[in-house]
Design a protein. Sequence first.
Length: 227
Amino acid sequence: MNEAVLELTGVTKSYNQGTAGQIDVLRGIDLSLKPGEMVALVAPSGAGKSTLLHIAGLLDVPDGGSVKVAGQEVSGKGDGMRTSLRRRDVGFVYQFHHLLPEFSALENIVLPQLANGISQAGAEARAEELLALVGLSARGRHRPAALSGGEQQRVAFCRALANKPLVLLADEPTGNLDPGTSDQVFAALMDLVAGTGLSALVATHNHELAARMDRRVKLEQGRLVEL
């Protein structure tokens, strides 16, 4: 399948800043992700990368343009359809892991599957499979407080992929880690992408990590530029 799993065409987004007037954050964004492709989104703080990721992940609505997920037009659709598509086809990872502290690593990965109608046994099997992919099979019964920062973020990756999404959106997923741990966590992310065949759009300030992905794009004055 060569059809784009995520396609943005002419996407615009503006905000009214009161006395400051209208701020044009996105000015006609064109972006396409193919199956199995990892794309680095490089942008300075305040350039609009989080806005772009939220629109791509169906958390926000563009002012103009088209958003397609797996070839299906999403722009203008109702909240119910957007929520259903997001739950099924999109995974999110943020700079901070946001794991539920009262649950184990394995349970944190099981819970979103149960919410999606997967059986307990099936959810646990999927969680164990993902933990094995990131080298955490022996840590699945530990709660987040007993895990290192790098281990917590790897669990967050697994949770994002629990429901087998088509695309993973990551906003500075290694930004809160030291360089050595950052490299280990990014390697785990690459293994997960390779092992599951999904696509990933990863926002990062780390140019060394960005260079290891299939493509790099830069958000500059509201437009995307290929690097």
